[in-house]
Ligand binder design. Structure first.
Ligand code: GUN
Length: 290
């Protein structure tokens, strides 16, 4: 069994990204990333903090805006519009999910598509669906594709089952795996909460992408022997033995599944670091396209 080391592969992506950033910095262009958090969800706060820190580590201009949960739609729109106008900011990310009173679709549409390093704007979603390489691709699915490539897992002609149909992971993941060319050409199935007999569907897969957001939802019943498993889940479960009172587990029961699969990503240390690395790469791309 191959344990796919996301932290090591992310370090490689970051090294490539730093080289591209340094070239820009040498030309007087410092890549700028703005991350916006509304509210105080602890997991979102932690993600935003690591994105801000990684950007600063790479020598980017990094702007972190932490807004109270009471922020109105109009106030958030004004923040986005100000960042759109700010020439020192090349990438804008509003951490999802926002509080329930925020209309997230409207916020995403307000981001300048050229600064939409999340790839969530309809223009970028459309470009991905149309194989137009001038858009931005969402970071987590891009990270999963890179993990498969680095681990030497063939996708062409193979059956991939994605569990989860979110705009952030499931849908773009399906589009990427069905693209023509390297890292694509898979036969893709998207399963979700209404799928009947999920285990029978996922057991058909050569590649399983788990993006449901439920701890240890997929077990040995779901994974056929020799499959490759990419676990996108980052779930907090109570753990009184841990100093933080919780630990992170994936959507896949790692210990059980690791014995039968050919390759699997751990949680933490799998997809998580890749998402951040891809965000940094997209930010440099945005600055290069300036
Ligand atoms: N929430 C979970 N993943 C992501 C992501 O990739 N981008 C943003 N903006 N929010 C998220």
């Amino acid at each position: 069994m191959q344990r796919i080391d996301g932290a090591a592969i992310a370090a490689k992506v970051l090294e490539e990204t730093k080289k591209r950033a340094d070239i820009l910095i040498g030309r007087g262009i410092r890549p700028g990333l703005a991350v916006v958090l509304v509210g105080d969800d602890p997991a979102s706060r932690a993600y935003v903090r690591s994105k801000d820190k990684k950007a600063a580590d790479l020598g980017f201009h990094s702007v972190k805006k932490e807004l109270p949960a009471s922020t109105t739609q109009a106030e958030l729109l004004a923040v986005v519009e100000e960042l759109n106008r700010d020439a020192s900011v090349h990438g804008i990310l509003v951490q999802s999910p926002p509080p329930p009173h925020i209309n997230e679709a409207e916020i995403v549409r307000a981001i300048d598509p050229r600064k939409d390093v999340d790839g969530f704007h309809p223009e970028n979603v459309g470009k991905l669906a149309m194989d137009d390489p001038t858009g931005f691709v969402p970071c987590t699915p891009m990270g999963c594709i890179r993990l498969l490539a680095e681990a030497g897992i063939e996708t062409s002609g193979r059956k991939a089952v994605i569990v989860g149909r979110s705009m952030i992971v499931g849908k773009p993941m399906a589009l990427l795996l069905m693209r023509k060319g390297p890292g694509g050409d898979a036969t893709v199935t998207v399963a979700h909460s209404r799928t009947k007999n999920l285990a029978a569907v996922t057991r058909e897969a050569d590649i399983v992408i788990a993006a449901i957001g439920r701890p240890h939802f997929l077990g040995t019943d779901h994974i056929r022997e020799g499959a490759a498993v990419i676990d996108v889940g980052i779930n907090r479960v109570d753990d009184p033995a841990s100093p933080k009172g919780y630990r992170l587990v994936g959507d896949v029961d790692y210990d059980a599944v690791a014995e039968r699969c050919a390759a699997i990503t751990p949680v933490p240390g799998g997809v998580g670091p890749m998402t951040i690395a891809m965000l940094m790469s997209n930010t440099v791309t945005a600055a290069e396209r300036l």
